[in-house]
Write a protein that binds this ligand. Structure first.
Ligand code: NAD
Ligand code: UGA
Length: 335
C-alpha cells in the first residue's frame, strides 16, 4: 500500500516510520514541519518531505491523491499548549484535520485518524472507557484544557457523520498515553509546563532536579509501549473490520498513579545506571504548573476488547514500558 503520514516527524510518527521501514511492506511518504526526530531513520520505502501542511494545500492534495491510505498525526498534543494557546489548538486539531479529511473524501481515500483518550474526559462513575458506549464528559469552558478533547471529539463526530453518508472510509484511534523513544523533549531542572510527564520525569532523573507532582500526583493513567502501539496501527491498517470504527489503543494493565510512576522511574534509573537518585518529589497545583485554565482528570483503564477482536493484544507491562524508554534516553548524549 502507499501511505501518506502527516505529522511523521513527531513522537508517534517517527516510531511508526521506523517500524514501517523495518517491515518494508508499504511505501510511506512522511510530511512534517520538522525532520529532527527522523535523524537516522531512512529506508528505500520511506520518503520525507519537510512542509507545513497549513501552508501547502496543493502539496497535501497532490500527495493524498496518489496515496491509498492517509495517516493523520498532525496536532498540538501537550496540555500546556491547550492552556496557553487554545485557539491555535482548535485551528490545527479541528479545522486543519477536517481539511485533510475533506481532501481524503475528494479523492476517495481512506483516512486513519489519531484522536485521543482525552475525548472520554471525566469519568465520575469510574467504569472502563468503551468506544461505542461511554459518555464523553468534558469540563467547563473556563478550563480551556478541554479545548483539545473538544476539538478531537468534534472531528470524530464529523468523520462519523461523513461515514454515515458514505462520503468517507475512516478509522479512528484513541491512544492512551503512548511512551517510547523520541518522546517530546528534555527540559532544564525545575521547568514548569512544556512537555508531557515522561519527558519531565526523565529530565529530572538526568539533571537531579525536582519531580513535580501536579495536584499531589494522585491522578491515574494507563501507559502504552510504543511497540504495542505500532502493532495496533498495522492491525487496523490491514483489517477490513476497522472501516468506519473507533478503537481504544491502550493497555489496561498498566494503570498507575503519577506519584507511583515517579517512584518507579527513579527505581528503574537506579537499576540501569547504578547511581542513586535524589530527586525531590514536589507537590504543585495544576494552575501553578500549567497556568490558569488547567484542569486534570483521573483516567480509567480502556476497554480494549474491540481491538482484541481484530487480533491485537498489548505485550509490554508498565515497568518494561518505562525501562525501554529510559534506556533509550540514557543511550543519548545527555550526560
Ligand atoms: P507530536 O507533537 O510528537 O507529533 C505531532 C507532529 O505534528 C509533530 O512532529 C509536529 O511537528 C507535526 N505538525 C504540527 N503542525 C504541523 C503542520 N502544520 N504541518 C506539518 N506537521 C505538523 O505528538 P504525538 O505524541 O506524536 O501525537 C501524534 C498524534 O496522536 C496527535 O494527533 C495526538 O493528538 C495523538 N495522540 C498522541 C498520544 C500520545 O500518547 N503520544 C495520545 C493521544 C493522542
Ligand atoms: C496527554 C495529552 O493530552 C495528549 O498527548 C494525549 O492525547 C493524551 O495524554 C492521551 O494519551 O490520551 P495527559 O495524560 O494529561 O494528556 O498527559 P501528560 O502531560 O503526560 O500528564 C499526565 C499526568 O501527569 C497529568 O496528570 C499531569 O498533571 C501529570 N504531570 C505531568 C505531573 O504530575 N508532573 C509533570 O511534571 C508532568
Amino acid at each position: 500500500m502507499k501511505l501518506v503520514m502527516l505529522g511523521a516527524g513527531g513522537f508517534i510518527g517517527s516510531n511508526l516510520a521506523e517500524y514501517l521501514i523495518d517491515r518494508g511492506e508499504h511505501d510511506v511518504v512522511g510530511v512534517d514541519v520538522s525532520a529532527e526526530k527522523l535523524t537516522g531513520i531512512s529506508g528505500g520505502n520511506f520518503r520525507f518531505i519537510e512542509a507545513d501542511i497549513t501552508k501547502a494545500p496543493d502539496l497535501t492534495d497532490d500527495l493524498i491523491s496518489q496515496a491509498d491510505v492517509v495517516v493523520d498525526l498532525v496536532a498540538y498534543a501537550n496540555p500546556s499548549i491547550y492552556v496557553e494557546a487554545p485557539l491555535e489548538v482548535v485551528r490545527l486539531n479541528f479545522f486543519e484535520n477536517l481539511r485533510i479529511a475533506e481532501t481524503c473524501m475528494r479523492h476517495g481515500k481512506r483516512l486513519i485518524q489519531y484522536s485521543t483518550s482525552e475525548v472520554y474526559g471525566k469519568n465520575p462513575r469510574r467504569q472502563k472507557f468503551i468506544e461505542d458506549e461511554s459518555d464523553l464528559i468534558l469540563g467547563p469552558v473556563v478550563k480551556q484544557r478541554w479545548i483539545y478533547a473538544a476539538s478531537k471529539q468534534l472531528l470524530e463526530r464529523m468523520l462519523h457523520g461523513h461515514g454515515l453518508r458514505g462520503d468517507l472510509e475512516y478509522t479512528i484511534l484513541r491512544p492512551f498515553n503512548f511512551v517510547g523513544p523520541r518522546f517530546d523533549y528534555l527540559v532544564e531542572a525545575g521547568t514548569r509546563g512544556g512537555p508531557r510527564v515522561f519527558a519531565h520525569f526523565m529530565s529530572a532523573l538526568l539533571t537531579g532536579g525536582p519531580m513535580y507532582l501536579v495536584d499531589r500526583g494522585t491522578q491515574r493513567r494507563c501507559f502504552t509501549h510504543i511497540a504495542d502501539a505500532n502493532e495496533a496501527f498495522t492491525v487496523l491498517l490491514e483489517s477490513p473490520g476497522a472501516a468506519n470504527e473507533v478503537f481504544n489503543v491502550g493497555n489496561p494493565d498498566t494503570d498507575t498513579s503519577i506519584r507511583d510512576l515517579a517512584i518507579l522511574m527513579q527505581k528503574i534509573y537506579e537499576d540501569l545506571t547504578g547511581k542513586s537518585t535524589h530527586n525531590e518529589l514536589v507537590e504543585i497545583s495544576g494552575e501553578e504548573f500549567y497556568g490558569v485554565g488547567y484542569e486534570d482528570t483521573n483516567r480509567v483503564p480502556p476497554d480494549i476488547s474491540k481491538l482484541e477482536g481484530l487480533g491485537w493484544k498489548p505485550r509490554f507491562g508498565l515497568e518494561r514500558t518505562f525501562r525501554d524508554a529510559i534506556q533509550y534516553n540514557l543511550g543519548q548524549d545527555h550526560e
